[in-house]
Design a protein around this ligand. Structure first.
Ligand code: NAP
Length: 246
């Protein structure tokens, strides 16, 4: 049993980047946090230590979100250790960019497996298990709307995530559970920065009227709003957190 009776949040892909900032913020807000990761065990365990050092509660949980058995096992473990689950943040994701003509099957299939099916896998478990009053926050992207060249497969997975957000918010009628999505714009993490020439980064940095890149903490603040008491009347919505690019 969760010793403080704190609400319990699973954050997928929380070892690095935006997910790590979300886990840190939710722990600061009093949630007990399950820090999911697929490969970065060292970073996930370091984050658990950092949260505990600040007086928060967290555990790490390895599970590739594209594997439905592993996802079910993670939910089983969280329920067994903490007695229940209140919040799911579907943050795990990858981005592989290429024009449609240059995209191979692996590029398409891997993004669908992690971003779309991975989100479905955790949503299915959450739909069955989340406690009354729970919250689900999915990570989409502002590329749904911008639709730039080279983003076809990635944007398609995120458009699918938005579709599932709307549908599930209605399916959970009567349980006082909200389902929303946050759609970040360019945010300073490995997913965005790796492999981009500096000139492209500079150009995308200036795209927003606020003229800077998003920081992981900007996105964590928006997630914390939807997961916390002030976000309770927001349901079935997509909130673009991007400094105004679209
Ligand atoms: P990131 O820095 O690359 O971090 C990705 C995280 O996802 C890591 O913790 C990684 O953990 C985890 N992950 C990857 N594949 C996984 C899998 N199969 N199962 C479980 N965990 C997995 O990415 P980010 O920028 O923080 O992105 C987080 C989310 O925001 C993604 O959904 C992304 O599409 C979305 N987003 C990002 C931006 C941006 O500009 N950064 C903009 C819009 C939307 P391991 O290392 O352990 O695999």
């Amino acid at each position: 049993m969760n010793k403080d009776n704190a609400k319990v949040a699973i954050v997928t892909g929380a070892s690095r980047g935006i997910g790590a900032a979300i886990a840190t913020r939710l722990a600061e807000d009093g949630f007990t946090v399950v820090i999911n990761y697929s490969g970065s065990a060292g970073e996930a365990d370091a984050l658990v230590e950092a949260i505990e050092a600040e007086g928060g509660h967290a555990i790490s949980a390895q599970a590739d979100v594209s594997d439905p058995t592993a996802v079910a096992r993670m939910f089983d473990a969280a329920q067994a250790v903490f007695g229940g689950i209140d919040v799911l943040v579907n943050n795990a994701g990858i981005m592989k960019l290429a024009t449609v003509a240059d995209s191979d099957d692996a590029l398409f299939d891997r993004q669908v497996a992690i971003n779309l099916k991975g989100t479905f896998n955790t949503l299915r478990e959450a739909a069955k298990r989340l406690r009354e009053g729970g919250r689900i926050v999915n990570l989409s992207s502002s590329v749904v709307g911008l639709y730039q060249p080279t983003y076809a497969a990635y944007a398609a997975t995120k458009a699918g995530v938005e579709a599932m957000t709307h549908v599930l918010s209605k399916e959970l009628r009567g349980r006082n559970i909200t389902v929303n999505a946050i759609a970040p714009g360019p945010t300073a993490t490995a997913l965005f920065l790796d492999g981009k020439p500096q000139a492209v980064i500079d150009q995308l940095t200036k795209l927003a009227p606020l003229e800077r890149l998003g920081q992981p903490e900007d996105i964590a603040s928006a997630v914390a709003f939807l997961a916390g008491p002030d976000g309770g009347w927001i349901n079935g919505q997509v909130l673009r957190a991007n400094g105004g690019i679209i």
